[in-house]
Design a protein around this ligand. Sequence first.
Ligand code: HXC
Length: 525
Amino acid sequence: MEQSPIQDTVNQQRIDALRELKAKMKLGGGEARLQSQREKGKMTVWERLEYLFDDNTFVEVGGFVELRNEHFGLGKNKIPGDGVVTGFGRIKGKLVYIAAQDFGVLGGSLGEMHGKKVANIMDLAVQNKAPMITLNDSGGARIQEGIGALCGYGDIFYRNTKASGVIPQISVIMGPCAGGAVYSPGITDFVAMVRGTSNMFITGPDVIKTVTGEEVSKDDLGGPDVHMERSGVAAYIGNDDEETLSWVVKLLSYLPSSNEEHAPVLPVPAQGIRQGQKSLADIVPSNANKAYNMLEVIDCMVDPYSFFELQPNFAANIIIGFARIDGISTGIIANNPKHLAGCLDVNASDKAARFVRFCDAFNIPLLTLVDVPGFLPGVDQEYAGIIRHGAKLLYAYSEATVPKLTVTLRKAYGGAYICMCSKHLGSDMNLAWPGAEIAVMGPKGAANVIFRKQIMAAEDSAAEAEKCQQEYTDKFANPRLAASLGYIDDVVEPDETPTIIRRYLWSLSDKQAPRPKRKHGNIPL
Ligand code: HXC
């Protein structure tokens, strides 16, 4: 029914004035700054919000908040909103809270009131058990506000930490993110960056040149590729704002809104398991030294086209990501023999451990696909702390109480066998393929140690070594011994594995695994 026109002219004038003011407020620092943002290939803050949220669902909170610190003439730059739009709305129907910085207002810099707005919306997100997203586009701490800016950041870090494991937190870096600003994304669960416009560093190129004498460009210091390939900070790089925001929408579809919800379940695709494709027995070569791409295996195990990889270019020797199995959102962790033979190193351990902990915190079951020759040996790895980092993965899997399903496809040697969600770390399902080699080490290394004297004494050492290796392979390098001791629940055919995984997952849907009460554990960091 159409509303009748307002008769009270004073009220009508007030409403008109409010509309005019709100329209002006939406321009932030003004049309020229919005245009400059667009010329850099970036969307404006309101364009980003419109793109991200379902139509007409976004509600702004605190749009009138202004800075109150007038040092260094800041007062003349008072703009309602103080450089950040905060609020909530629906994304594909799901309630989500957001803080989106406006580079057009004082460079999106974070002062006292800007910080308070972000902290307030984070509190609302936690109280209402909904995901929190930040769109970062800022020159960092507002220099003129001194302690006001530092306090703003501190309040946010404190809340990021308290919200960790309670609601999913996603940071999208859509412009500069410098100084203290990087640590909020650093605490959150997922960081996405935009190629060409975003960067992250604790000190910029100028400061580095002054302090260490090193010369480096912004992109080489903290561009998206650096954070994807080297530091491991970024989970995803989009080519522009739209692509990056679309990634966030997709990511949300795999996540529950809080730790009080089950993992999301979506309708199961009509064809269920992918049909008419290459047999898994042909994708994984029988020769344990031959590489293959584990991504092909994952595609056969999960619902068609549902795999959503994270951090693809960091520690590519391990794959992590979400997928759906019978519609159920599931965390996938898999060694990838295509890179570094799929071994575990410092970065792979960190990457997998953090992902396992995220899934466990948010009730997302884990599927681990194992083909691992061991931990990467070497002086560099030892000095880099492979003991400490490898321990994180052991700890993360042991601590996890969500359903844990493991399939050993080929190799599972030594400490890495234990580490990749073995029965000993509390897995609920451990399957092995007939060619799986579960042993302390590979046949060649093992034979050279235990049969060394015998090989040396033989007339034909090479032939003797081969014979010894075969003997070892027959006895140990297969899944039978592990299965006979109950550490493998079943030895199964490759192509029946996806169906068996689905049955186990269904059987574990109400798994309870209470742990003794404690404040928190002490994961090796
Ligand atoms: C106040 C800032 C600002 C800041 C930018 N501006 N950063 N104002 N505090 N930190 C203002 C600029 O003065 C300018 O205002 C407007 O925003 C746009 O900035 P430009 O420099 O013109 O834009 P651009 O050329 O695109 O360069 C963007 C930039 C650069 C690379 C981000 O502005 C920059 O280097 N800013 C400083 C970054 C920094 O060092 N931040 C502090 C980090 S220390 P006008 O009015 O002229 O248009 C930190 C410690 C916190 O964060 C620790 C907490 C734990």
